[in-house]
Design a binder for this molecule. Structure first.
Ligand SMILES: [Zn+2]
Length: 78
């Protein structure tokens, strides 16, 4: 009885904020043009409480590209 539907949907996603162990609710997609190719997307995972400060941090630096609910993130992001 094996299924091949082992997508990473159940993969535990934990907030990227330092010291935070809360499950992430959002993925913040960002790119630092000094380090990354323009099409590259780094992802920071953020819980409800850290979504604002983390996206604020990124947007102030002009790095923030997008923010998505965790359920819409795909495996090639990261
Ligand atoms: Zn957090």
């Amino acid at each position: 009885m094996s299924t091949d539907t082992s997508r990473r949907q159940n993969h535990a996603v934990i907030c990227s904020a330092k010291g935070c162990r809360v499950g992430a609710a959002y993925g913040l997609l960002w790119n630092n043009p000094k380090l990354h190719k323009p099409e590259r997307r780094k992802v920071w995972l953020a819980c409800e409480g850290h979504a604002d400060p983390l996206s604020d941090f990124l947007s102030k630096r002009g790095f923030l590209k997008d923010a998505l609910p965790v359920s819409e993130l795909t495996d090639e992001m990261g």
